[in-house]
Design a protein around this ligand. Structure first.
Ligand SMILES: Cc1ncc(COP(=O)(O)O)c(C=O)c1O
Length: 290
C-alpha cells in the first residue's frame, strides 16, 4: 500500500519518520480515523472539524490541513490503493514535526509531520449480529479526552486488558461513572431512556455518537446525555458501543454477566439499522470529492 507522508506518496515499506518527531518523543500530535466506502467518506466535515479543533487547541495549527489539501490527498490515496470499490479506513495523523528533544514547542515554522494512510476494512457483521462482551477498566486518561491525541497509552492498556480476557472492548470508569470505551462511545438503556456521557472534556466527542444521538431523536427514543453509573450500567436493559469501526455494536455480556436478555436489544438493533441506512445513503449520495 502507498501512503502520503509530508507531501509525497510513498510505499509504506519505505516511508520513514525521524526519531526526533514530536509524536515519537512526546506523543505530540493528533489523528483521525474516517470510514470510506466506494471512494466516499462518511461524515467527512465532522471529522475535519474535529481534527481542526484538536490542531488549534494544541497550537499545532490547523492551517496544515489546507497546506496539504487533506480531502484531495485522501481521495488520491484511495484511488491509488485500489480502495474505491469496497469499504476502507482512512488514517490521518498530524504531529508538531521534527525538532531536537525539548519539552517546549519548537519554532512555529517547524514543518508539521502529516501522514495519511488507507486500508481495506471489513465491517464487523458477525459481532454485530451476536453482540459482544465488554469488561470494565479504570479510566486512567488525562483531563482533555476531547482532544484526539496520539497519546493513547491508557486506551492501549484498557484494550489489552479486554483482549486478555477475550472481550471486545473495555468500558472506562472514572469516579464510578462510565465515560466511554477504549476506542468507542458507550450507550446504555437505563429505565427506558438512552443515556450516554455528556460531550465534555472527559470523553472524545465521537462522530458516530453524534450521529446515533440524531438517529435516536428522529426515532423518538428518549435520550439523555447524562453519565451512567456502574450500578446503572449493570442494571441496563441494553448496552451498545458506537464508533467509526464498531458502528452500533450490541453489548450482550458485561464482565461475563448477560445484558438484558443476553441478546442484542430492540433499540440497539433499530439504531444499528438506522446507522447502516444513513451510511448507505451517504455513500450513495455524496459527491465523490468532499
Ligand atoms: C476513546 C474513543 N471514544 C470514542 C471513539 C469513537 O469515535 P468516532 O465515532 O468518531 O469514531 C473513539 C474512536 O476512535 C475513541 O478512540
Amino acid at each position: 500500500m502507498d501512503l502520503y507522508l509530508n507531501g509525497e506518496i510513498v510505499d509504506e515499506q519505505r516511508a520513514t519518520v525521524s526519531v526526533n518527531d514530536r509524536a515519537f518523543l512526546f506523543g505530540d500530535g493528533v489523528y483521525e480515523v474516517l470510514r470510506a466506502s466506494r471512494g466516499r467518506l462518511f461524515e467527512p466535515e465532522r471529522h475535519w472539524r474535529r481534527l481542526r479543533g484538536g490542531l488549534d487547541e494544541l497550537r499545532i495549527g490547523s492551517g496544515v490541513m489546507e497546506e496539504h489539501d487533506l480531502p484531495a490527498v485522501v481521495h488520491r490515496l484511495l484511488e491509488r490503493n485500489g480502495l474505491t470499490a469496497g469499504d476502507a479506513l482512512v488514517y490521518v495523523q498530524v504531529t508538531r514535526g521534527v525538532a531536537p528533544r525539548a519539552h517546549q514547542f519548537p519554532p512555529t515554522t517547524t514543518p508539521r509531520t502529516v501522514l495519511v494512510s488507507t486500508s481495506g476494512f471489513m465491517p464487523k457483521r458477525s459481532e454485530r449480529s451476536t453482540g459482544v462482551e465488554v469488561i470494565t477498566h479504570p479510566d486512567l486518561r488525562w483531563a482533555r479526552c476531547d482532544i484526539k491525541s496520539v497519546n493513547l497509552l491508557p486506551n492501549v492498556l484498557a484494550a489489552q486488558a479486554a483482549a486478555a480476557r477475550g472481550a471486545f472492548e473495555a468500558v472506562l470508569l472514572r469516579d464510578g461513572m462510565v465515560t466511554e470505551g477504549s476506542r468507542s462511545s458507550v450507550f446504555a438503556m437505563v429505565n427506558g431512556t438512552l443515556r450516554t456521557h455528556p460531550a465534555n472534556e472527559r470523553i472524545l466527542h465521537g462522530i458516530t455518537r453524534a450521529v446515533v444521538l440524531e438517529l435516536a431523536g428522529q426515532a423518538g427514543v428518549p435520550v439523555r446525555e447524562e453519565g451512567v453509573s456502574m450500578a446503572e450500567l449493570a442494571a441496563a436493559s441494553e448496552i451498545f458501543l458506537a464508533g467509526t469501526t464498531a458502528d452500533v455494536m450490541p453489548v450482550t455480556s458485561l464482565e461475563g454477566v448477560p445484558v438484558g436478555s443476553g441478546e442484542p436489544g430492540d433499540i440497539t438493533r433499530q439504531l444499528g439499522a438506522a446507522l447502516d441506512a444513513r451510511m448507505a445513503a451517504a455513500f450513495d449520495a455524496a459527491p465523490a470529492r468532499e
